[in-house]
Write a protein that binds this ligand. Structure first.
Ligand code: ATP
Length: 453
């Protein structure tokens, strides 16, 4: 078994280098080597935490793992994947047949939907899929189709304006469509905090508990706002436990990976990792184009590809900004009563692009620098300190100081809540390196050139 443990460690190392952090954390890291058949030492059992991971590993990674093992041991090896023993893991992952109670309700369907705070404009149908969000979408659909049984909680993380709210609202809408009696609540974390404050002021925690603990589906958006708010975290801890134990679905979004949320209690951090954790990355060019075409379609406009490419090339940081740019173009063309052409688009976005040239957004800098060094954008706000991550992060901080008018604390905030002295140090470090290392100086100049367009 020792030899297999050693092999498994080297296998993990291999995938850690080969995959991006999100893929590694989702698919490979949760696997456990359970054992080998002692009789022939040619059959290995790997344990996956749930069906979803099992299927994905089976389809995408197992043949690679097998061939690495065969090369390592110079003999044929069979791998069998199994789901973790249900008795060893928390109750929440056990499969239950019926999750959402079909209690009769006095409320009309519409009232039910209104009280859930769901926005019916956010659906899976109008959510454009690409490499950047396909895992998150696949997980979301599974959860929507079998809430409480697939993965609990579902934790979706990623930068601003990348579609987290859209996706969890789409889950809520689909669950509602499948069962109008389901008691669903979408809540932004800030609203939850103010609900807690309210309950505190009015000594109405009992009511608060009854409400939140009786839901069938709780969707909490932007949970990073819980950071440092101890009473909120305590209440949420109780609500979370009550719901998970009753096999009710909890879905959470956040701007970072659970372990990187600052000011969050360890017991919540670990619970957030109980189910499935998936990331949404910034969309690539082609996906941005697809999103623009789809959004235009919703407005009954057929957007020319050249126009879509033009907008997508210039607006790169997130989907919300992309949508904003499209809205401007549509409004402008309606105003001058002319169809959308490339010239009209350039005219409509003239101010935006000029401002963008002067005030390059910090998200744009983070994305451009991350792309340049081939790291993930989320590493920009992660706590990782390895040189391959820390150097690009310092580069992005130094460029942000040069190209934006933001203060040092603001820049620090945008890089995962870092202190302003860290930004200052990053800026100094890059300047020193530029003087001593021509490669760094080249990178810096190239990045400034790309960002200024
Ligand atoms: N893949 C996508 N397909 C279609 N629309 C998208 C997609 N991703 C994002 N959007 C749209 O972009 C806008 C911003 O998305 P959303 O509010 O869901 O982002 P978010 O990640 O929740 O941001 P924040 O972190 O600021 O809360 C929404 O109008 C949403 O419909």
């Amino acid at each position: 078994m020792q030899a297999f443990n050693t092999f498994w460690l080297s296998c993990l190392e291999h995938f850690r280098n080969e995959l991006n952090a999100q893929q590694f954390n989702t698919w490979i890291k949760p696997l456990e080597l359970e054992g080998i058949n002692q009789d022939n030492e040619t059959e290995v059992i790997l344990i996956a935490p749930n069906r979803f991971v099992l299927q994905w590993v089976q389809d995408n990674f197992i043949s690679h793992i097998k061939s690495m093992a065969e090369e390592h041991f110079a003999r044929e090896i069979q791998f069998h994947l199994k789901i973790a023993d249900q008795t060893k893991i928390p109750n929440h992952t056990k499969t239950v047949k019926k999750v959402i109670a079909s209690t009769p309700s006095q409320q009309s369907k519409q009232n039910k939907k209104t009280s859930s705070q769901l926005n019916s404009n956010f659906t899976f149908d109008n959510f454009v899929t690409g490499k950047a969000n396909q895992l998150a979408r696949a997980g979301a659909i599974q959860v929507a189709e079998s809430p409480g049984t697939a993965y609990n909680p579902l934790f979706i993380y990623g930068g601003v304006g990348l579609g987290k709210t859209h996706l969890i609202q789409a889950i809520g809408n689909l669950v509602h469509d499948n069962n109008q009696q389901a008691k669903i609540r979408y809540v932004h974390a800030e609203k939850y905090v103010s609900d807690v404050v309210n309950a505190y002021q009015h000594k109405s925690f009992d009511q608060f508990k009854v409400y939140y603990h009786s839901l069938d589906l709780l969707l909490v958006d932007d949970v990073q706002f819980f950071g440092g708010k101890n009473r909120t975290q305590e209440e949420f801890f109780y609500a979370f436990n009550a719901l998970i134990e009753a096999h009710k679905q909890v879905i959470i979004t956040c701007d970072s990976y659970p372990k990187e949320i600052s000011g969050l209690e360890e017991r919540l951090v670990s619970r957030f990792g109980w189910g499935l954790t998936v990331a949404i990355e910034p969309p690539e060019l082609e996906m941005r184009v697809a999103i623009l075409i789809k959004k235009a379609e919703q407005e009954k406009i057929t957007l020319d590809e050249h126009v879509a490419f033009f907008i997508a090339k210039h607006i790169r940081s997130n989907v919300r900004e992309l949508e904003g740019a499209l809205k401007r173009v549509l409004a402008f063309s309606r105003f001058i009563k002319q169809d959308i052409t490339l010239e009209i688009t350039k005219e409509a976005l003239k101010d935006l692009l000029a401002v963008q040239n002067r005030q390059i957004s910090i998200e744009n800098i983070q994305k451009t620098v991350a792309d340049y060094y081939k790291i993930k954008v989320s590493e920009m706000y992660s706590k990782k300190r390895s040189r391959v991550i820390a150097r690009p992060r310092q580069m992005a901080m130094a460029i942000a100081k040069e190209l934006t008018t933001l203060s040092l604390p603001d820049i620090g905030e945008a890089f995962g809540g870092r202190d302003h002295t860290t930004v200052l140090h990053g800026h100094r470090k890059i300047n020193e390196l530029r003087a001593s290392d021509p490669a760094i100086n080249r990178d810096y100049t190239a990045l400034i050139h790309i960002l200024r367009g």
